[in-house]
Design a protein around this ligand. Structure first.
Ligand SMILES: [Zn+2]
Length: 219
């Protein structure tokens, strides 16, 4: 694990290094055009497979080039207006999607909205959400943290930060901004993570139940 997985990208922290094409892979054979950074893609595939989510959870948008983000921004402004675009689309250069570490997901349905896909807090989607931290993902834009992230609640947008950060962030109910800016985040960013933690060891889901039972944090 390197600190690149904790990279903070928002309006105040524009992306400094674009993802390199050689580090990006398809998230699934069914959707070869949707790319993520290699480790994040592998974790996503494992997570979806482990919860029985194949065919039920659909990747909608992964890595975006700067040009794509510019196009999405311009089209959203044109179709839905500036206020809507500001709420749900990051300015080009400030989108996590340009890092290859963010994925938008939808529950499989005939009509999927590209900008605001349905990813409800029930059923298979909720199962994904609860398991996500154990595979390195966090729900990035929650309602509680709108004032910190500056982005409206996006139940469909998940960000790969790697374990154990994802578990800590979720347990402590933090926004990535708060975690990275806290002492903990700084220390961890500068030192390699202990690779023996979470990840695959959590596949049994027992720890998820324990976390629920402890009533700590929010997942
Ligand atoms: Zn997104």
């Amino acid at each position: 694990m390197t600190k690149k997985y904790l990279t903070l990208v928002n309006i105040e922290h524009p992306i400094l290094h674009q993802a390199e094409r050689k580090d990006l892979v398809s998230v699934s054979e069914d959707r070869p055009g949707i790319l993520l950074e290699r480790t994040a893609a592998e974790a996503l595939r494992e997570l979806i497979r482990d919860i029985g989510g194949r065919e039920r959870i659909v990747p909608v948008s992964g890595w975006r080039s700067r040009e794509e983000q510019e196009k999405i921004w311009a089209e959203t402004v044109e179709e839905k207006g500036l206020a809507f675009a500001k709420k749900y689309v990051a300015l080009p250069g400030c989108s996590e999607h340009e890092t290859g570490l963010a994925i938008d997901l939808a529950e499989n349905a005939p009509d999927i909205d590209f900008i605001c896909p349905e990813f409800p807090r029930t059923g298979i989607c909720q199962k994904f959400r609860e398991a996500a931290p154990y595979y390195g993902f966090i729900e990035r834009y929650t309602k509680e943290k709108e004032s910190v992230t500056g982005i409206s609640e996006e139940p469909w947008h998940f960000r790969y930060v790697g374990t154990p950060h994802s578990v800590r962030i979720t347990e402590q109910g933090l926004a990535l901004e708060e975690y990275v800016e806290s002492n903990d985040g700084r220390v961890r960013q500068d030192s390699p993570c202990r690779s023996s933690l979470p990840g695959r060891a959590f596949r049994g889901m027992q720890s998820i139940s324990r976390m629920h039972a402890s009533g700590k944090g929010r997942i």
